[in-house]
Design a protein around this ligand. Structure first.
Ligand SMILES: Cc1ncc(COP(=O)(O)O)c(C=O)c1O
Length: 364
């Protein structure tokens, strides 16, 4: 089958670019003796998780239990759930998972740790635990080295929990390289304080898990980090390019769309809106536009209705006509993928493979 035969909207992955992204990241990790545990929330496709393992990852990261269940069913059995697991419905599922796979979870509260411990004790299973630190993103994570140590000591005393180390997500690193260097110093100061506090208390640990896509090739400069969890890097997207953490040529995934209307002056309308792209905004240029039209950057995707993308064509020399097809790099590839049942892998004009997005919508 050829790309020209695909119905639209469709997610199309350039396999050569994706494979290059995977091998460059794996090679970086090998060179710097970092364990690679990619976050699979970007693609939610077990076949791609297996490619990541084949290229050098030691295991994978997921956000939700539902994603973990999909991945385990496909045979991926070394899982970090980098998300707080809270409530009896979830801790029971976690205990079931931990019987069948090597599972580690991140926690930042005694409440969550106690709930998980109770479910593990009841089921007779054990789970590894990382303590999440808030290194400046301000989402989850304990704020101080003393809080981290107190929680680690508590975890070490609870049944079914094995304290394994620290974890952080530098989600605020989607900024320029110079700004990232300043932020990294703050992260390193916090990590150093943690290492001193744990050493003084005589509480050793093996894992320090960090990493993101914007910071992926700077991972070696984070003190003590020995595991990284980039996710977006497999495809990259317009926002990753916007913060100088990838180039357009590194973007593997495009949304193939068709122009369905040009009747309003100064406009062209494509057959993808917020239900195709998601409404996530661009992380640069004050958030302008809902994607990049690959061969016409001058035309802005100004607005999204649910099923219509509104193109402002007034700044471009190009004439748009009904029926023509465009390739668009989405602002945020992870949320875009989550809106689709399948992804097409292409080489040149040829559609080589189709993957089901098996973990899409698994928000529990
Ligand atoms: C906990 C955690 N780790 C890793 C990642 C991957 O980061 P990125 O999307 O920058 O690749 C994310 C992304 O949301 C995350 O939440």
């Amino acid at each position: 089958m050829l790309i020209s035969e695909l119905d639209t909207p469709a997610l199309v992955v350039d396999l050569d670019v994706m494979e290059r992204n995977l091998s460059q990241m794996a090679e970086y990790c090998r060179r710097h003796h970092l364990r690679l545990r990619p976050h699979t929330k970007t693609h939610k496709i077990p076949e791609l998780a297996k490619k990541q393992i084949a290229s050098g990852a030691l295991g994978i990261t997921v956000a939700k239990l539902g994603e973990a269940e999909v991945m385990l069913k496909a045979g991926l059995n070394d899982l970090l759930i980098a998300y707080p697991i809270v409530g009896p419905a979830k801790t029971k599922r976690l205990a079931d998972l931990a019987i069948r796979a090597a599972v580690t979870v991140a926690v930042d509260s005694e409440e969550a740790a106690r709930g998980i411990s109770a479910a593990m004790a009841k089921r007779g299973s054990e789970v590894g635990v990382l303590i999440e630190l808030d290194v400046g993103f301000g989402r989850c994570g304990v704020a101080t080295e003393n809080d981290a140590l107190a929680l680690a000591q508590k975890i070490s005393s609870l049944p079914g929990l094995q304290f394994k180390g620290l974890m952080f997500f530098p989600g605020h690193f989607g900024v320029s390289p110079d700004e990232r260097a300043v932020l990294r110093k703050q992260v390193n100061d916090f990590l150093d304080r943690c290492y001193e506090a744990f050493a003084r208390a005589g509480l050793p640990f093996a894992i320090v898990s960090g990493g993101s896509t914007p910071s992926r090739y700077e991972s070696e400069f984070f003190h003590g980090v020995n595991e990284v969890r980039p996710g977006t890097y497999i495809f990259n997207d317009r926002s990753t390019v916007g913060v100088s953490a990838a180039t357009i040529e590194d973007c593997a995934l495009s949304v193939l769309v068709t122009v369905v209307s040009t009747s309003v002056s100064g406009r062209a309308v494509i057959d993808g809106g917020s239900k195709t792209f998601s409404s996530d905004t661009y992380h640069a240029e004050h958030g302008r536009g809902f994607g990049l039209i690959k061969d016409d950057p001058a035309t802005e995707i100004e607005r999204l209705s649910e099923e219509h993308g509104h193109l402002n064509v007034t700044q471009s020399d190009r004439r748009y006509s009904v029926g023509e097809r465009l390739m668009i790099i989405p602002n945020h590839v992870c949320t875009t993928v989550n809106m689709h049942d399948e992804i097409y892998g292409v080489r040149g004009e040829q559609v080589e493979t189709v993957w089901q997005v098996a973990g899409r919508g698994k928000v529990r």
